[in-house]
Design a protein around this ligand. Structure first.
Ligand code: MUC
Ligand code: MG
Length: 368
């Protein structure tokens, strides 16, 4: 049984403004969930959103309020393993996938610690000990982005890049992307994320030019609900079309797969509504022949390592991951930072998530 369920908001500045079609971030607010059991185990979970309510239907404030008001009392009354508790939460609470994911992460962290196993093993077992991580160039300035990319390559931190586009005219965006592609050369994979800013006609124009320029992937070109357009674009172009915002867990994964509305899925644990549900998305993709990419909601280290444990169990991860969230933050909230080396993130071997939070640091950046 759980003796305490605490939810805190921690706001940390980013290393530079992060410009996307949906929002420009100067800080990131981490919703951290700390669950303490009566026999002394402590589990951590995390949820983040992008630009408040700019990205999805949950905000950091709604996640905290809903956990305190609805999730915590229910959890105090529920017994059982993580699956049965998750089912009880699903039966009693609609939506709120990000909050559900944060709670499930903390419960799995506890369960794995109890078994003295890394969290990946509780999800069936890891198939790799580290995973590739790309970097997102989103300063808004072509020269700055090129310099940032070159520095990342030299430091062996990242050698794949995703560019955030969609807030400028298509021609300007294409010019920006192709200038970066030209500066970095043919061996460096460049992908773009439109964050649903284009109409279908915009997308036809933009994707054709980007495909001709050697870009490798187009992420979420059109509106969340415009599955018809996603389907037609996937059929029309050879370039990989990836569903991100449109992919909201196993159910939408099934419908997108059935419609052939994407050639790649950006799996996010929060968007899926939990780590277990993210592995279900993996199964749908595998059965439908859809490639996989490990996505992020720009979580801090808790959500990032929870995602890494999850993605480590996927049979294939053709497009790698974007688990760079903690590297976008100016402050370290772990006692020992996550290990990024040789273009990959190393997945810990110690029990549970395998991290230790620096609670003094949390106190310092906590929103009261
Ligand atoms: C998104 O839409 O992909 C992931 C990386 C990043 O820079 O923003 C997020 C959200
Ligand atoms: Mg995206």
């Amino acid at each position: 049984m759980y003796s305490k369920i605490e939810t805190l908001l921690v706001e940390i500045p980013t290393i530079r403004p992060h410009k996307m079609a949906v929002a420009t971030m100067q800080t990131q607010t981490l919703v951290l969930v700390k669950i303490t059991t009566q026999d002394g185990f402590v589990g951590w979970g995390e949820a983040t959103t992008i630009g408040g309510l700019g990205y999805g239907e949950e905000s950091p404030e709604s996640i905290k309020t809903n956990i305190e008001t609805y999730f915590a009392p229910l959890l105090q009354q529920t017994k059982g393993n993580v699956s049965s508790i998750s089912n009880t939460l699903k039966k009693n609470i609609n939506g709120n996938r990000f909050a559900k994911c944060a709670i499930q992460t903390a419960l799995l962290d506890i369960e794995a610690q109890r078994l003295n196993l890394p969290l990946s093993e509780v999800l069936g077992g890891r198939l790799r000990d580290s995973i590739p991580v790309l970097w997102v160039l989103a300063s808004g300035n072509t020269e700055k982005d090129i310099a940032e990319a070159k520095e990342m390559i030299a430091r062996k931190r990242h050698n794949i890049f995703k560019l955030k586009i969609g807030s400028r005219k298509i021609e300007e965006d294409v010019e920006h992307v192709l200038a970066i592609k030209k500066a970095l050369g043919k061996d460096i994979s460049i992908r773009v994320d439109v964050n649903r800013a284009w109409s279908e006609l915009d997308a036809i124009k933009g994707i054709q030019a980007l495909q001709d320029g050697g870009i490798d992937l187009i992420e979420q070109p059109c509106a969340i609900d415009n599955i018809d357009a996603m389907e037609r674009l996937t059929r029309k172009f050879d370039i990989a079309i990836m569903a991100d915002e449109s992919l909201m867990g196993p159910n939408t994964a099934y419908h997108l797969a059935k419609r052939n509305a994407a050639s790649v899925f950006a799996v996010k644990v929060a968007q899926s509504g939990g780590l277990i549900e993210a592995t279900e998305v993996n199964t749908v993709a595998k059965l439908a022949g859809i490639d996989l990419y490990g996505g992020t909601m720009l979580e801090g280290p808790v959500g990032t390592i929870a995602s890494a444990h999850t993605f480590s169990t996927f049979e294939t991860l053709a497009y790698g991951t974007e688990l760079f969230g903690p590297l976008l933050l100016t402050e370290e909230i772990l006692k020992t930072p996550l290990q990024y080396e040789n273009f990959e993130l190393v997945i810990p071997h110690s029990a549970g998530l395998g991290i230790q939070l620096d609670e003094n640091k949390l106190d310092q950046f906590r929103i009261r």
